[in-house]
Write a protein that binds this ligand. Structure first.
Ligand SMILES: Nc1ncnc2c1ncn2[C@@H]1O[C@H](COP(=O)(O)OP(=O)(O)OP(=O)(O)O)[C@@H](O)[C@H]1O
Length: 257
């Protein structure tokens, strides 16, 4: 679905990404991990075409990403950015509605399909109870769920999420992750997610891209991430491992002195 070849991003003298290679197939679930400032968000933004100029090649369904019109791209890829939305002068419902723009021409009617897509997105993200509120009045977690609702209402085969659960309480973290897993499993939605949650990334159904200082340090299957030396090299941090008592999966815990 997405192929990235020799991708580099520089801003003035600063190298944000260097020589990234990535091959994402239909239905994959990729988690991008790495320390703060390693280039994870820059990679997502570059894939979305909203980052400063880059060198190298990004193809989406075998077509160069730059050849897509914005509207075409919005029917294929949706994006949940990090920390945004609360500054917008719209109600929740107006904002989610706007994300359906790619299905409309300026004079076209609002369709039943649009309304269904919006209602479904509001229900599954548990945001319908504050649909009439202004975005600027929402809490961080409420706003994050609305951003996810907006992306889901686009009904795209590919979704990119930048730390989608960072502001959420444990219950909503579990719900949002279950929802993303379900979209990936039952609707074959391709997912690319930036996360600092190593144990989430280490799930057997996921693939991991580990970035450090703008370069790919390692990529492989989720469970392979849980290697003491690999994590030390990635985060400059020691980890210890425990076996979960009910599902027998290995979990990493950052060691403290
Ligand atoms: N427009 C810019 N100008 C200069 N430096 C930038 C710009 N955008 C990003 N950077 C720098 O590029 C590096 C990578 O940033 P990026 O946001 O991609 O990191 P990240 O891995 O997502 O970090 P975090 O985990 O903290 O969210 C950082 O050092 C950041 O300060």
């Amino acid at each position: 679905m997405i192929k990235v070849k020799n991708l580099s991003v520089h801003i003035q003298d600063k190298i944000l990404l260097e020589n990234i290679q990535l091959d994402i197939s239909d239905g994959d679930y990729w988690v991008i991990v790495g320390p703060n400032g390693s280039g994870k968000s820059t990679l997502l933004k570059t894939l979305m075409g909203i980052q400063a100029p880059h060198s190298g090649q990004i193809t989406l369904n075998q077509r160069h990403i730059k050849q897509y019109k914005q509207r075409e791209r919005a029917q294929l890829m949706s994006y949940v950015p990090q920390n945004s939305g609360r500054e917008l002068p719209f109600t929740v419902e107006e904002f989610v509605k706007m994300s359906r723009y790619s299905y409309h021409s300026p004079l076209s009617e609002w369709s039943k399909q649009d309304q269904l897509a919006i209602e479904e997105a509001l229900v599954i993200t548990d945001t319908q109870s504050f649909r009439t509120r202004l975005m600027k009045t929402l809490s961080g977690g409420e706003c994050q769920r609305v951003m996810i609702a907006a992306a889901l209402s686009q009904q795209t085969p590919l979704i990119l999420l930048d730390e989608p659960t960072s502001y959420l309480d444990p219950h909503h973290q579990v719900e949002i992750h279950q929802l993303i897993n379900q979209l990936n499993k039952t609707h074959q939605m391709t997912v690319i997610e930036v996360s600092h949650d190593i144990n989430h990334a280490a799930h057997p159904d996921k693939q991991v891209l580990a970035l450090r200082e703008g370069k790919v340090l390692w990529q492989g299957s989720g469970p392979e991430l849980l290697d003491k030396q690999r994590l030390k090299q990635l985060y400059q941090q020691d980890f210890t491992f425990v076996v979960h008592p009910t599902n027998q999966r290995l979990f990493a815990l950052a060691e403290t002195s």
